[in-house]
Design a protein around this ligand. Structure first.
Ligand SMILES: Cc1cc2nc3c(=O)[nH]c(=O)nc-3n(C[C@H](O)[C@H](O)[C@H](O)COP(=O)(O)O)c2cc1C
Length: 174
């Protein structure tokens, strides 16, 4: 399901000790959401279960971030990312997300988990301009080349900092 919600500039915040938890199937459809998830995003359990996780997708998020996320978790690895999410009423909230694959008894991926916490506010001062630059590059490149254009910006910024994606985001969150 694609979002048709008009984003507003109203920000919601997680408290330091709250965690947003969800589980999905292998296709990214929500199979579990905790109360904190429902409370902050403004959806009932009924509205969330079975929906694609992109129900929360905020238009300010670069596509390349989600591509990186899916590439990483599909390979059986965990992924960390700063994500701006869209609430049902158009407001937004930032999170620092950890997404991990869930394995069945045959060691096949049977779904994914995500646990999100309050992001470090100083980290967002670094991340937001990078995401803005990535998004602009993606929009200029057009749909077909968007992910490559966004990825190129992210790679350049990481190279300039002489770092790689995971140490970069973990270092920012602290
Ligand atoms: C466990 C899990 C949690 C996810 N959490 C979010 C999330 O909080 N916000 C979000 O926009 N996308 C999240 N995604 C990624 C979405 O599945 C999707 O790739 C993303 O929203 C981009 O949507 P699009 O591919 O339709 O452009 C999550 C995926 C998984 C597997």
């Amino acid at each position: 399901m694609k979002n048709r919600i008009a984003p507003t500039s109203v920000e919601r915040s997680l408290t330091r000790d709250s965690f947003i938890v969800s589980k999905t199937d292998t296709k990214g459809r929500i199979t579990y959401a905790n109360r904190t998830f429902m409370h902050i995003a403004g959806y009932s359990e009924h509205e969330l279960l079975g929906q694609q996780h992109n129900i929360l997708r905020h238009p300010d998020m670069p596509r390349a971030v989600f591509q990186l996320l899916w590439n990483t978790i599909k390979q059986g690895q965990e992924c960390f990312a700063f994500v701006k999410n869209l609430c049902k009423d158009g407001s937004f909230y930032w999170v620092f997300a950890n997404i991990t694959p869930d394995f069945d008894e045959n060691h096949e991926i049977c779904g994914y988990f995500s646990v999100r916490r309050m992001p470090n506010q100083d980290a967002l001062k670094v991340i937001e301009p990078i995401y803005k630059e990535m998004l602009a590059a993606e929009q200029t490149a057009g749909a077909r080349d968007a992910v490559a254009a966004g990825t190129q910006i992210l790679s350049s910024r990481l190279q300039e900092g002489n770092t790689e994606y995971e140490p970069f985001v973990l270092g920012l969150q602290g």
